[in-house]
Design a protein around this ligand. Sequence first.
Ligand code: NAD
Length: 252
Amino acid sequence: MQLDGQRALITGADSGIGQAIAVAFAKAGADVAIVYHTDADGAAETGRRVEELGRRAHVIQGDVGDSGSVEAFFAQAVDRLGPLDLLVNNAGIGSGGAAVADLKDEDLERVLRVNLMGPVFCCRAFVRLRRQHGGRGRIVTISSVAQHLPTPESAPYGMAKAGLGSLTRSLSRELAEDKINVNNIAPGLIQTPMTQARLDDPQKRDQSMERIPWHRAGQPEEIARLALFLASDAGDYVTGQTWTIDGGLSMQ
Ligand code: NAD
């Protein structure tokens, strides 16, 4: 599964799953635009690891929930690396802490803006640039098993992630003539900064491990391998699909 000479833009590539995908893509031969929101050190670390693998890295600060920022970071990535071949919509934030009855407008809007509108803004920018400049054309989006498994006090997160499955199916039809394939990965519990507090709490950790048939959390590199398959020639004829990767969590 090679990506020789291709150029990828990955949102939220400063930590966790996004960082693992950036490294996997660089190992496969791709240059990477690393978009981060607040963790400049994490983004610099990803950039260092990409460059150690002999590929180009360009680190850009941006906010996927702001369409102006998205336009700006895509323009900068193309300017620095050249036409983009691959987009990974990975950036996301958790919701949590409030049942729908107690939900504040601003919390609902923030989760939908970053987790759902953000990937729409990024897909739009990617497709417009692809039509203008060329490039190979692969989109991989990271949603979650929460798109079909309700988690207590996390309705906005699940709603946003469910929307990404629908976005993937719509885009697979809209972009077929462009020969852009579009796929969606729905991870279960993966060990990243987003889940570290849960995994560090012995009681919550045991509850989680009990629910997962494989009794372990997934690793970011396991998600990265699936993203690489979907982005490489091996995944050429696959489009519009949601790929669940969860150690069997959703099989209950
Ligand atoms: P993480 O906290 O390490 O990464 C989240 C990333 O999103 C960070 O790099 C952050 O910079 C970026 N981000 C947040 N808000 C942003 C914004 N407004 N603009 C740009 N970037 C922004 O956590 P992670 O687990 O690696 O999460 C990556 C993706 O995987 C998320 O979409 C998350 O919902 C999804 N996911 C994670 C798990 C899990 O168990 N860890 C499970 C299912 C899905």
